[in-house]
Write a protein that binds this ligand. Structure first.
Ligand SMILES: C[S@@+](CC[C@H](N)C(=O)[O-])C[C@H]1O[C@@H](n2cnc3c(N)ncnc32)[C@H](O)[C@@H]1O
Ligand code: SF4
Length: 339
């Protein structure tokens, strides 16, 4: 077997995952991500010419794979809004050495696209859904998007074989805690892996405060009281979700507790924005422009050296340091960096 290349950062963390945002646009205005007061009619989204082309994205992904990346996740904004995204999926799926190709979506366009995405080589999908209750979901997505249409998307992905199918639920105190148990029952019934995400202080526009975070431990306790749980060991080093399984064998859940249980020590992710800025932390304050060298004719060796240097210099561990000292820093918004 060929040895897997390894590029280490200054804290000895290997580069293994690349998250690629393919658009900064979204058809939702989730209050925790793209509040409409900021992302209203006057907001200037990236013009098409500023987005990396599919060829540029594929070239960077191929170079990242040659440095040790084995998993690519497409995200956004809403990635299914990027025209012909299934063509990009096909181009990425053809990269030798890429073991896992997935995508995170709000599910709104998934019913129409699931079969084409699977056909193009997408392996699996994560769908975000914060409640099964239309009134609660509308308050979160802020565009009155009906739950039923996301459920149609999830069912279409399941039929297309995009499994294991994960569902992401952000829990925000005072807004959707009451949806935790109904969502757990729903996911169990259908064999989906539900992952609860603590509301995070990504960017600045969402007005985050710690009071609105429902700690992962509290979510586990609430579910365990009705549907008894037991902890599961991590599947691989660097897994961000802590996993629990139902004692009766009815599947598992994951908790992404980046606020109360930071996992920076094992973080192996780099993030590429739609316009080609590379960030080495979700809470990054400064990215490195890859589009400029791409468009000024840099060859593969020069790009590979740049990627290696950026990763080798990495010391980020924002979630572990989250404190008064980091609060005021200019962080990148979630809709640009893609979660
Ligand atoms: C930025 S979205 C992009 C992909 C797609 N639009 C979606 O919603 O799945 C990726 C993930 O980040 C989550 N997210 C966005 N803002 C967040 C925040 N402030 N805290 C925690 N998770 C957040 C979303 O719920 C979603 O699961
Ligand atoms: S979380 Fe996803 S669906 Fe919601 S506004 Fe952000 S990018 Fe759009």
């Amino acid at each position: 077997m060929a040895t897997h290349p390894t590029t280490l950062d200054r804290l000895d963390r290997p580069l293994r995952d690349l998250r690629i945002s393919v658009t900064d646009r979204c058809n939702f205005r989730c209050t925790y991500c793209m509040p409409r007061e900021i992302y209203g009619a006057a907001f200037r989204f990236l013009p098409h010419a500023e987005l990396l082309t599919f060829e540029e994205v594929t070239r960077l992904a191929r170079l990242a794979v040659s440095l040790g990346v084995s998993k690519v996740r497409l995200t956004g904004g809403e990635p299914l809004l990027r025209r012909d995204v299934e063509i990009l999926v096909g181009m990425l799926a053809a990269i030798e050495g890429l073991a896992d190709l997935t995508l995170t979506t709000n599910g709104s366009l998934l019913a129409a696209k699931a079969a084409a995405l699977a056909e193009a080589g997408l392996r699996r999908v994560t769908v975000s859904l914060d409640s099964l209750d239309d009134a609660v979901f509308a308050r979160l997505n802020d565009v009155a998007f009906p739950v039923a249409r996301v459920l149609e998307g999830i069912a279409a992905a399941d039929r297309a074989g995009l499994r294991p199918l994960k569902v992401n639920m952000v829990v925000r105190r005072g807004l959707n805690e009451q949806s935790v148990l109904p969502m757990a029952r729903f996911a169990r019934e259908h064999g989906y892996v539900l992952r609860f995400i603590e509301y995070m202080d990504v960017g600045h526009t969402n007005g985050w405060s710690l009071d609105e975070v429902v700690p992962a431990a509290e979510i586990v306790a609430a579910i365990d009281a009705e549907l008894p749980l037991e902890p599961l060991a991590p599947q691989y080093p660097g897994e961000v979700a802590t996993r629990w399984r139902y004692r009766d064998g009815g599947g598992e859940i994951g908790l992404i507790g980046s606020v109360t249980q930071p996992f920076c020590g094992s973080c192996t992710r780099a993030r590429l924005t739609a316009e080609g800025m590379l960030y080495t932390c979700l809470f990054g304050t400064a990215g490195v422009d890859l589009r400029a060298p791409l468009r000024s004719g840099a060859d593969d060796d020069a790009l590979r050296t740049l990627l290696t240097e950026v990763w080798a210099d990495r010391t980020d561990r924002y979630s572990e340091l989250r404190s008064a000292a980091t609060r005021g820093l200019p962080k990148v918004e979630m809709s640009r960096i893609g979660g």
